[in-house]
Design a protein. Structure first.
Lengths: 206, 206, 206, 206
DNA sequence: GATGAATGAGTTTTCATTCAT
DNA sequence: GATGAATGAAAACTCATTCAT
């Protein structure tokens, strides 16, 4: 089952956009990378902007999915849920650096219409974090006095992973995840209520 | 003392680069914004790439300076020094969003030579944070088990400020600074040795 | 009996050619307008040029036919025949503005071969007018000293109708016809020989 | 005094537009004809559409001027004024067939804004004819019952001249003018009041 | 009869840069 | 110091047309 033309194109475009940036990437080079003529490419996507939007959409789709899965597997405990969400995010950023960096960097290149649509989708992800933080605070397990900035900080921290993490390095992906989960819990000032989470994965208790 | 032509040009270019990105910005528009002919512009800067490098250099210069000043005014205590550095960084990102965002975003657009030079300069800033964290850990006042990631996290967090902070909003710049200082100290798990900082803004001591 | 594919195509093409002009019209849009695939269209017509020629041919066919009918119904009197021909022409221009305007405007877009063929057909129409004028002059009922220019004038006048006449307006088509018949007779300086046409619709007799 | 670059370009563009039509003409060929690079051309005119508008403007300017001059030299008599206007028009169409045909044919290719501006300018010319006809009718020297259609007819007739007249032929330009003046006066049913125009150039009086 | 895919040459336009003055 | 003119390469995109199925 060879990859569909659409996928071939999107992959080529994502690489070019990641390496050079949207504006500097050329349709010619994308077509070359996808090993087809420019006109063939235009047969599948009506323009450069649509290519970008398709890539961003796909990126958000994929990220949204891993988040949903992780949260579905997690219980109701806010710490557990934050753990799941941070884990999913870091894992995604580490596994799909290209997908991630385009998603993060190229907002600016979107047409007004697409930008609006895209921002709405991103806001949904933000709200996932927000909901968990609010819940944790309400339950008294997160005690950060600055939930909004803590949220922004966590997201910025996790997103940055896609810029420096290299799987070939010493740090395994799961160790990486563990670290960022720990950092996130620290940032929100997590204090387990009772003894409910004895082997808490963050070291503050140690 | 009216602004020198160099400054006029750099300001115009920075705005264009910020709004459109380096690749999408056009020398024509920069010249128009600087209210001079393209040839005049070329008289001062030999090319687009040099314009970018000048902007980045200037950005790093300015940032380096505020960091140095802040650190000079701070004592030897790691917490105090981290406070100074985070404060300087957040203040800079909030005050100079354009300077900041170009600095952060346009690495990709640098020529190989310029990129090397630029990375070296950036590394110096990173080392400032690094030194403070190491010192704090050595002294036993920072107890984060992940100093590298905490550092990266702090920097990412602070940098992100330039993307969302609006001075017209409710949050004053100094409140913002206070928040990020607090978050940074939380993240490195700061525990004051003695009673030096009695009203410690983070609850990790519990 | 639903319209044949040929007709659907020709109608779509004529509209596109009229609205945008031959050169600016695109086969893609024509196919879209005809609600079929481009390949389907190419199944019926081998190319854009052939489409144009088919349209022009059809236009000339239709016009030729109405002229022939009108003349067949007219008697031998030159005034009556001119009346018939001008009436047929104006009626056609008013009823089929698209057909008319393509016919008139797109000569330029014909390939050399097609152009020759087309001009020959047009010349036939011209000769109809010419014959009638010559006859009228020979019989002494038309006394214009410039029969060639009067002919060209009449044709130009009638053709222009397709550019401005709107059936929704106040002027009915038959009133329009009457006017142009009158103007044409005036232009050729028609003077009835005897009392054959008592209520002559033109005022030269006064 | 060699022709300015602007003029060189406009002349080249007018020829291409006349020969091929606006849509089919290519900027490349225009530049080639003007013997300069495409980018040089773009240095003077920002786009194809502006080229067209410049040409049409120039055409209307020139035509407007000859009309104004002719009318200035004519007296108050409507017949004399119509003579002047038809003469100027026919002379212009015969002398500047390219200018004329672009003016007449390429309305369709104008952008909405330009079209509006252009139509307003054309309307002024139409009003010249209209004023004269109304005056002639008021004074009782023109007795056409259809002044609007007579006007349209005269204009269509005169405009058509640019399509067929060749100065190399037998008919001199001044003879041509004389003919069309005569035809126009016939069409408006000119009857000199008194004996003011004894050698009237139209035969209605004979 | 009909289709979706593909192509290569073409389009207008923009770009960073250079040069003569 | 400064300018308007000029350039060649490249950009995104469209076109009429062909072809395998």
């Amino acid at each position: 089952m060879r990859p569909t033309r659409h996928k071939t194109i999107i992959d080529a475009a994502r690489l070019e956009f990641t390496e050079r940036g949207f504006a500097a990437a050329s349709i010619r080079d994308i077509a070359k990378r996808a090993d087809m003529s420019m006109s063939a490419l235009y047969h599948y996507y009506p323009g450069k902007q649509d290519l970008l939007m398709a890539i961003l959409d796909e990126g958000v789709d994929a990220y949204t999915e891993v988040c949903a899965e992780a949260l579905a597997a997690a219980g109701a405990d806010p710490a557990e849920r934050l753990e799941a969400l941070v884990g999913a995010t870091v894992r995604f950023r580490a596994e799909h650096p290209a997908k991630s960096s385009v998603t993060i960097t190229e907002e600016r290149s979107l047409s007004p219409d697409n930008l609006r649509r895209y921002r709405e989708r991103l806001a949904a992800s933000t709200r996932l974090f927000q909901g968990i933080l609010e819940d944790g605070i309400a339950r008294g397990v997160f005690s950060t006095p600055y939930p909004d900035d803590a949220r922004r900080g966590i997201i910025a921290m996790c997103n940055a992973v896609s810029q420096w993490y290299r799987p070939e390095g010493e740090l395994t992906r799961e160790d990486l995840v563990e670290r960022y989960v720990s950092l996130a819990l620290t940032l929100v000032e997590y204090h387990p209520r009772a003894a409910r989470r004895p082997p808490a994965p963050h070291p503050a208790s140690g």
